[in-house]
Write a protein that binds this ligand. Structure first.
Ligand code: GLA
Length: 349
């Protein structure tokens, strides 16, 4: 574990950059600003350590970070339509930071905060954040906690915990953008993807959830057999059109089993995502702003990386048919997601 100064925040506080390395050499660099994953090095087919996530070189870029690159997302990942919700007869109003929706916790969500980092072991880091009652409009004083650990089987394990003194919403995720070809690649359309889901949640033209789940059979959204991300991304389909590609929540079949897997033939790097969450958002980076400077003097390109954000169903607070992201006062909410890296295809042939 190494700790370096990353930069000085606009408010004068100092942000750090932590390096955690597992016994196999897999390495994650994490900043306490936004509890963001800055780099993630895993071996490719030639044994070369390859950085498979997008990131920035400077703290100032994390303070802006319009696409939420690498950051911890909270209190509530994804969109809340209209930015309001009711709990026990009280109406709560949140920021409308995405058109008519509240997105990813608001303007000053968990991605825009300096977390408190504590080294938990040589290969793990725990970050905590105190989010006061009324923060971004959410009720309850809440303590959020994220642990990143690099494991012996080349996984990045992320554990989320949250507890509040009032009934509130807790639905954290991580917004890493993966490109398994490494830092010189501009596209993920040749990556193959598998998603262990029969159903996905549809959205309307404002990208608000409709409350419906559709069967993926016969649609561009069927990834139950590995398929190139680019294969159907341009399909003539309203759901594709509304978000400019893939940006949908998949309802996972077996909790705790593999949620999704991806593979890049060029590097030979595979990735398997396991989670105890009910669903995962597959986002093909359609809104990545072309030209935004990123690590190593490079520039962002639309669809140069993809996200697999484990989460509750979108806008679940408004739809009783979806599992509720609401936690009771004093309840400790916990969930875990692992991104495990392989050399070779992550699925059986
Ligand atoms: C999420 C959403 C996308 C987009 C990105 C941030 O993944 O699903 O629609 O808003 O965050 O750019």
């Amino acid at each position: 574990m190494k700790k370096e100064v990353f930069g000085v925040c606009k408010d004068g506080r100092t942000a750090s950059l932590y390096t955690i390395t597992g016994r196999t050499g897999m390495t994650a660099k994490v900043t306490d600003f936004g509890a963001a994953i800055v780099s993630l090095f895993v071996p490719d087919k030639n044994g070369v350590m390859t950085d498979v996530v997008l990131g920035y070189d400077t703290l100032a870029e994390y303070e802006a970070n319009p696409p939420y690159i690498g950051a911890a997302i909270g209190r509530c990942g994804n969109r809340i339509a209209g930015g309001t919700f009711m709990l026990d007869g009280v109406l709560y109003k949140l920021d409308l930071n995405d058109g008519r929706n509240h997105l990813h916790g608001g303007y000053q969500g968990f991605d825009k905060r300096l977390w408190n980092a504590v080294q938990t072991s040589p290969d793990s880091l725990t970050l905590t954040l105190f989010s006061e009652d009324g923060d971004q409009g959410y009720p309850g004083n809440l303590v959020a906690c994220v642990t990143y650990a690099v494991t012996d089987d080349n996984a990045l394990a992320i554990r989320y915990r949250g507890m509040s003194d009032k009934k509130t919403i807790f639905n954290m995720t991580n917004h890493s953008y993966f490109n398994l070809a490494g830092q010189n690649s501009d596209s993920i359309l040749d990556h193959e993807l598998y998603i262990n889901a029969d159903r996905m949640a549809t959205v309307d033209e404002y990208v608000s959830a409709t409350g419906e789940m559709i069967d993926v059979t016969g649609t561009p959204f069927d990834f139950r057999k590995p398929k190139k991300i680019g294969a159907d991304i341009g399909a003539d389909n309203d759901q594709i059109r509304y978000v400019g590609g893939f940006d949908h929540h998949y309802d996972l079949k077996d909790n705790g089993a593999v949620a999704a897997m991806a593979y890049c033939a060029e590097s030979g790097i595979g990735m398997a995502v396991t989670t105890d969450c009910d669903g995962v958002q597959f986002y093909s980076g359609n809104f990545l702003p072309d030209g935004l400077p990123i690590k190593g003097g490079r520039k962002v390109k639309k669809r140069m990386a993809f996200c697999l954000e484990t989460q509750f169903a979108p806008d679940a607070v408004h739809w009783p048919q979806f599992k509720s992201p609401v936690i009771e006062a004093g309840e400790c909410a916990e969930s875990e997601t692992r991104y495990t890296f392989t050399v070779g295809e992550p699925w059986e042939k």
